[in-house]
Design a protein around this ligand. Structure first.
Ligand SMILES: Cc1cc2nc3c(=O)[nH]c(=O)nc-3n(C[C@H](O)[C@H](O)[C@H](O)COP(=O)(O)OP(=O)(O)OC[C@H]3O[C@@H](n4cnc5c(N)ncnc54)[C@H](O)[C@@H]3O)c2cc1C
Length: 395
């Protein structure tokens, strides 16, 4: 199956909503305890074409546009946070860095395997011992055959309980300037010297399989180098820019659901003889929630127009960071208002209107994923200064 007609796409969005609010919610009750997705979740994702939807047609996917993909992300993010992360990875960091920077031989070998999750990737940038970005300590040293030997450790890495490959960012030239110190490798997890190390349980997003990683004299064939040696920083920044907008779309879907369940609860809850939804104090909260959600949706869709016009355009990183930063503010406000509207009941599990307590926990991960707010502000300010404060808008 190739591109979808507008009608087919609309019914696909409905299919996704029914999937996340039905079977996914049912599966999540156990996942909250086991912290692991059952095989059934992956099988059903496959049946619902989660691994195909945005993958380019030449590699067996549907090739949905960025706008269509983000609308799907928005729908999926109404469900459990760990599953939202899986959906995000499947459309984005899973295959895009290989597609953008892999050699034609490597792509021909591996890209078709993404369509049914025969391969799935983890993205390994963060380390416990330094700052994210150029300040990494994992090293990759070239041997006499031109292959690389990697040593080091990663931390807080998603989907390392089920991935087949890892994008590993490592220092190839410690003396180079910060933009050229790093290289990126796409490494099979059965490579000798690759080790998974345990991490404590997370606040939310249960099931998304987080661990540390350790590499000990891990020999990596040169065919797994993405792009050129020294291009790792560019690969990381370019890949994260797009991924940040998927976080923004995730916040959008989550905030939309929070608003809807808040409306339902406020209409149902009677105090002093009237539904609290009839009170002006509650209406002000609803208005604030809707204003932020509307503004966020506008920003995300505007980014899509730019990205589909020119994926490497001058304002992409700045706009992506704006989207991600604003999306956190949106979810912060909407989740706070939701909790206030639900009152004490919102602090407890098993709420009949929706998973208030879990949504509140799950959304907090998005403060950190793809960089903390400080990093977004640094990116925005850097590009804003470079462009003299202008930011192009497309018609
Ligand atoms: C649920 C979850 C999933 C994740 N998945 C992945 C993954 O799959 N792969 C991956 O590589 N990482 C992953 N991460 C890590 C995530 O990207 C980092 O947590 C995030 O980038 C922040 O880095 P840090 O935790 O090292 O914070 P730190 O670097 O310790 O920063 C702490 C605070 O200090 C600020 N700060 C740090 N340095 C500076 C500076 N120089 N100037 C000003 N302020 C500064 C930061 O902005 C932040 O507010 C994940 C994290 C979470 C929570």
């Amino acid at each position: 199956m190739g591109k979808l007609t507008p009608q087919e796409f609309e019914s696909y969005l409905k299919e996704l909503r029914a999937f996340v609010e039905g079977p996914c919610e049912e599966m999540q009750a156990d996942i909250e305890v086991t912290n692991k997705f059952p095989q059934e979740f992956y099988d059903q994702c496959n049946e619902h074409n989660i691994y195909r939807m945005s993958l380019p047609e030449e590699y067996g996917g549907w090739g949905l546009s960025e706008l269509e993909t983000l609308k799907c992300q928005e729908e999926f993010s109404r469900g459990p946070g760990g599953m939202r992360m899986h959906m995000h990875f499947a459309q984005d960091l899973n295959w895009r860095p290989l597609y953008d920077y892999g050699s034609e031989e490597l792509k021909a070998e591996l890209m078709p395997k993404f369509q049914d999750k025969s391969i799935f990737s983890a993205w390994c940038l963060t380390e416990a011992t330094g700052g994210t970005g150029a300040d990494l300590h994992t090293t990759a040293v070239k041997d006499e055959n031109g292959d690389y030997v990697l040593n080091g450790e990663k931390w807080l890495i998603s989907f390392t309980d089920m991935n087949t490959h890892s994008y590993i960012h490592a220092v190839t030239d410690p003396d180079a300037d910060p933009d050229h110190r790093l290289s990126t490798f796409y490494v099979p997890v059965d490579t000798p010297g690759y080790e998974v190390t345990p991490m404590p349980h997370m606040m939310g997003c249960r099931g998304a399989g987080h661990t540390g990683l350790k590499f000990t004299n891990m020999k990596v064939d040169k065919k797994y180098l993405l792009g050129e040696e020294g291009q790792g920083m560019e690969i990381a920044m370019h890949s994260l820019a797009v991924s940040r907008v998927h976080i923004a779309a995730s916040n959008l879907g989550m905030a939309q659901r929070m608003l809807e369940i808040s409306l339902a609860r406020a209409a149902d809850r009677i105090t002093f003889g009237k539904p609290i939804l009839s009170r002006q104090a509650i209406k002000m909260k609803i208005a604030n929630m809707q204003m932020y959600i509307h503004a966020l949706r506008t920003m995300v869709y505007d980014f899509c127009k730019d990205y589909m016009h020119e994926p490497n355009g001058a304002y992409i990183a700045e706009k992506a960071a704006c989207c991600k930063l604003f999306s956190i503010d949106t979810t912060r406000l909407v989740s706070d208002e939701m909790l206030e509207i639900f009152g004490g009941d919102g602090y407890f599990e098993d709420n009949p209107f929706g998973p208030v307590e879990r949504l509140y926990r799950d959304c907090r991960a998005m403060w950190l994923e793809e960089g903390a707010p400080t990093v977004q502000r640094i990116t925005i300010a850097r590009d804003c200064i470079k462009h003299g404060g202008t930011m192009a808008y497309l018609d």
